[in-house]
Ligand binder design. Structure first.
Ligand SMILES: NC(=O)c1ccc[n+]([C@@H]2O[C@H](COP(=O)([O-])OP(=O)(O)OC[C@H]3O[C@@H](n4cnc5c(N)ncnc54)[C@H](O)[C@@H]3O)[C@@H](O)[C@H]2O)c1
Length: 275
């Protein structure tokens, strides 16, 4: 028969416990970042919500604070190294320090090559650069600063990649696929470097979720339909459906998981949907 303390450790409230942990989520004003901040905060973590959208941040934080959650906000552009360094330094100075960081902020690169404006010839240099600055360099800024300040012996860094980073996707723009693949490589190397310090680094590769990303893209309606059809579940994901995986990767339950890329895609990687 198992020892009582072993039984205790197997209980969900211990396995998935993030209470008292300090967390930062970038891009927390909307979509997947907001869902992540919510699940961490509702389970007792102290969460700093960071975003460039001040109004979105205030709305998100006010709702969580009303529920009694410990939340703070920070307006920070992840493409700005100084802003991200300051964000993580502040989070580390709050109570018992920084334990969990989600590099979630990201932007669309426009439609993929199924649309004329998404073809190779049409790639706009300025937009390419901005997507790299946010989706790739922004992740470097976030991972580097978070790791620097995680000195408590418990570290969880999670990067939001995309299915488009692990396989070709004609529905999304070149800069997006390139950056989402780039962060996977960054995650694997950082996982190796940071393992001796007890910091686990993983990536989530979401399929298509209903959020604000890409809303302004031309032909959005058709793209959404195609994404839904590509999933075995034949629909897009709701951001709340990311909460379980986010909590798993932030919690003790993931103690033997690092350098991994975990898809959450309604079965979009299983193959062609017959319907
Ligand atoms: N929604 C999907 O289908 C999907 C699929 C795969 C991956 N992702 C990834 O998930 C992450 C979250 O996207 P989402 O779908 O929730 O989109 P979203 O647009 O709803 O939310 C993204 C948030 O990031 C913020 N943001 C944008 N640029 C920023 C910057 N430079 N610094 C700080 N904050 C910034 C935005 O203001 C916004 O609040 C992104 O990295 C995205 O690429 C989304």
């Amino acid at each position: 028969m198992a020892e009582p303390d072993t039984r205790e450790a197997s209980l969900a409230q211990h396995l998935f416990r993030v209470e008292g942990r300090g967390a930062v989520v970038t891009g927390a004003g909307s979509g997947l970042g907001l869902a992540t901040a919510r699940v961490l905060a509702r389970n007792g973590a102290r969460v700093t919500l960071a975003d460039v959208d001040e109004a979105g941040l205030q709305r998100a934080a006010a709702d969580l604070a009303e529920e009694g959650c410990a939340v703070r906000t920070a307006v920070a552009d992840v493409a700005d190294r100084g802003a991200v360094d300051a964000l993580m330094a502040d989070a580390a100075a709050w109570d018992s320090g920084l334990h969990i960081a989600f590099a979630n902020a990201g932007i669309s690169a426009g439609p993929g090559f199924v649309a004329p404006e998404g073809r190779l010839d049409a790639v706009d240099d300025e937009r390419w650069q901005r997507v790299l600055d946010v989706n790739l360099t922004g992740v470097l800024h976030t991972v580097r600063a978070a790791a620097h300040h995680m000195v408590t012996g418990y570290g969880r860094i999670v990067v939001i990649s995309s299915l488009a980073g692990i396989r070709a996707d004609p529905l999304v723009g070149y800069a997006y696929t390139a950056t989402k693949a780039g962060v996977v490589a960054l995650v694997r190397n950082a996982a190796l470097e940071l393992a001796p310090r007890g910091i686990l680094v993983n990536a989530i590769a979401p399929g298509a979720f209903v959020t604000n990303i890409g809303k302004a893209n031309p032909g959005r309606g058709r793209v959404v339909e195609e994404f839904a059809r590509a999933a075995a579940l034949n629909r897009l994901g709701d951001p709340a459906e990311l909460e379980g995986l986010a909590l798993f990767l932030a919690s003790p339950a993931s103690s033997y998981v690092t350098g991994a890329v975990l898809p959450i895609d309604g079965g979009a990687t299983t193959g062609r949907n017959p319907v």
